[in-house]
Design a protein around this ligand. Structure first.
Ligand SMILES: [Fe+2]
Ligand SMILES: [Fe+2]
Length: 293
């Protein structure tokens, strides 16, 4: 049985575009020293955008159960959907045009390149630049028909009590795990300081790409990829009790990465054609010739 069959089209795509999640993040975590743009307007609870983001999280928090995550891991970590050269995979991701207003918003490739170019401009090592360029590749899950709330959105551990520091925590009341005593205690199926490597995160583009890249990039890069949407930890420290010493060290990298992801949008889009050879060289240095999706 294809598990997604049970969702209606409205449940699969509550957002007009995946970018609405990023815009909501910018509202929640505005760049220091810069006023959040159109804050007044956005805080308006009648705003249709606010409503769709709320609905997105209602679905995300309702359906991301421990069992759901295990099922998705089993399904997608076989990487048997597609195989293609890395650059083609980037172009494939870029066919994900879900935006109602494609003229004003950046496409996926431009977001990736702006992130990586900002990292490069700050003189960071080349693997960090490549990480910026690849970090959202996991969004190809959307092209496989996956619901938006199983691809993007803040991630959080499943199998233990949901923190009220996760955005829209009230919707966790709708999640069956919240009343399942195996999963609704502070530690649930985990133990104190067990380390995030033993923790299942809500399913989405982070974990999927981490699993795709884990043999190829240095460990700080893998942490950045795997936990870049884990705002409840890297911004709110809500799950310290599951982290080990190594996680704590590595989260410095996750925090270093986050501003490039959130704040690197520039009105001048990068010229893909000019930069492509540089990125192809980087890919050839670190990644296999073809990627299995
Ligand atoms: Fe992302
Ligand atoms: Fe991103």
């Amino acid at each position: 049985m294809k598990p997604d069959k049970k969702y209606t089209p409205e449940e699969i795509a509550p957002l007009a575009s995946l970018e609405q999640w990023d815009e909501d993040l910018l509202e929640r975590y505005p760049e220091e020293g810069k006023p959040a743009k159109a804050k007044e307007e956005f805080r308006n609870y009648d705003s249709p955008q606010r409503d769709t983001v709320r609905e997105f999280y209602r679905l995300n928090h309702t359906y991301q159960t421990y069992d759901f995550v295990l099922e998705k891991e089993k399904e997608f970590l076989k990487f048997n959907k597609k195989e293609m050269p890395v650059w083609n995979a980037v172009e494939y991701l870029n066919t994900l045009i879900d935006d109602s207003d494609p003229d004003t918003d950046l496409d996926q490739l431009q977001h990736l390149m702006q992130t990586s170019e900002a990292i490069r401009a700050d003189g960071h090592p080349d693997w960090f630049v490549l990480t910026g360029f690849m970090h959202d590749m996991g969004k190809v899950l959307c092209l496989f028909g996956e619901p938006q709330w199983a691809v993007v959105g803040d991630t959080f551990p499943v199998g233990c009590k949901f923190s009220d520091k996760v955005v829209y925590p009230e919707f966790f009341a709708l999640n069956p795990d919240a009343t399942d005593e195996r999963y609704n205690t502070k530690y649930g199926v985990y133990s104190h300081g067990c380390g995030l490597k033993n923790v299942h995160m809500s399913w989405g583009h982070d974990e999927y790409l981490y699993q795709m890249m884990k043999d190829y990039l240095p460990e700080p890069a893998l942490y950045m990829i795997r936990y870049h949407s884990f705002y409840a930890q890297h911004r709110e420290n809500a799950y310290d009790h599951l982290m080990d010493e190594h996680d704590r060290k590595m989260f410095d990298w996750v925090r270093k990465f986050n501003p490039y992801d959130l704040y690197s949008k520039s009105p001048k889009p990068p010229v893909v054609k000019e930069l492509k050879p540089y990125y192809e060289d980087l890919m050839a240095k670190y990644l296999p010739g073809t990627l299995k999706l």
